[in-house]
Design a protein around this ligand. Structure first.
Ligand code: ATP
Length: 310
């Protein structure tokens, strides 16, 4: 229950019809719900998550273990289907897809890189062969396949690994080849679930730089789940998920000071859902002893939240 103080303000009239949520975005999740049922136990992995990602963006998704990051990525990858809500990637509505559409979506629109280096590749295939595999499935001609595989391996700095099998490569090289595989059919979106989780810090930085490179070079939109603050600190937008919902976002920009030095400015924002709900961080609530009932007041350019002394 909130007390809303009545400040006499002339409010602008709301538009007659609200614009469609995320109309301009490539990836749109709205009130996304995923419930897993195991026997009589129900787990709500996603509990009304909202997310917008624009074409060409590179974003990191962070959150505690069990917060729903992998579930979100599996849904975006077309591997898992949501229980309710809305999920759209480009033209594709991920809730109502037929089996055939799902195959086409996974083959052409998204590429997926997993954490386990070994599970991204095939032990008996060379890098060139494994990069060609998705193109063969898509009916790409042999000459084009060979040429594109060579270009991708070169772009990811593993051209020298073209004739090697996974066992003959380092973990970092394997993940670079895995990114090349994920990009084989020129997807709009590259999804990576903890792609550097099994790698040491230096190797992980190199693999992450390779993803930034493909984001810039090929314009592919990248969504990367990570636990690594080093990784999330290098993208312009980090989305934090808590209990199956988007809780906050950090935006980073580079600024050049008067001394000519460039520095990164990071600002954290709370995320408001479409119903107007926001989560006030615990330290703010504790500092002002905000408990169940608070006063909201509309000022000319901001809203205040105050403790209700009564
Ligand atoms: N196939 C499944 N069956 C039942 N419950 C599941 C399944 N997959 C995930 N869950 C549950 O859903 C919740 C979210 O899991 P998810 O793997 O998406 O979290 P996460 O943030 O990726 O965690 P981590 O960082 O540990 O990988 C967890 O409580 C998890 O136990």
């Amino acid at each position: 229950m909130r007390a809303i103080s009545r400040t006499p303000l002339a409010l602008p009239k709301p538009p007659e019809r609200a614009p469609e949520f995320g109309r301009e975005s490539l990836i749109v999740c709205e009130s996304l719900v995923r419930i897993y049922q195991t026997g009589s136990i129900e787990v709500q992995a996603l509990q009304g998550l909202d997310l917008l990602v624009g074409a060409g963006e590179m974003v990191a998704v962070v959150g505690a273990s069990g917060s729903g990051k992998s579930t979100l990525l599996s849904i975006l990858a077309g591997i898992d289907a949501p229980t309710a809500g809305k999920a759209r990637v480009g033209e594709w509505d991920l809730l109502g897809m037929s089996r055939g559409a799902r195959v086409r979506y996974r083959r052409h629109t998204v590429g997926f890189v997993r954490q386990q280096t070994a599970s991204n590749l095939v032990p008996y295939l060379t890098s060139r062969q494994v990069v060609e595999l998705p193109m063969t499935a898509a009916g790409v001609k042999a000459r084009t396949r060979r040429q594109r595989a060579g270009e991708l391996l070169a772009a990811l700095d593993v051209a020298d690994c073209a004739d090697r099998r996974p066992a003959q490569m380092s973990g970092g090289q394997q993940q670079r080849v895995a990114i090349a595989v994920a990009l084989a059919n020129q997807p709009q979106v590259l999804l990576a679930d903890e792609p550097t989780g099994e790698l040491d810090t230096t190797t992980s930085a190199g693999v992450f730089e390779a993803m930034r490179h493909v984001n810039r070079e090929f314009g592919v939109t990248v969504v990367v789940v990570t636990h690594d603050p080093e990784v999330s600190g290098q993208v312009e937008r980090t989305i934090a998920i808590r209990d199956g919902r988007t809780s906050s976002e950090v935006l980073r920009r580079t600024e050049t000071g008067e001394d000519g030095d460039t520095r990164v400015i990071a600002e954290e924002y709370a995320v408001m859902d479409r119903a107007g709900r926001i989560q006030i961080p615990r330290e703010y609530r504790e500092a002002l002893e905000l408990t169940r009932r608070v006063r909201l007041a509309l000022e000319s350019d901001h809203v205040t939240i105050r403790n209700d002394p009564s």
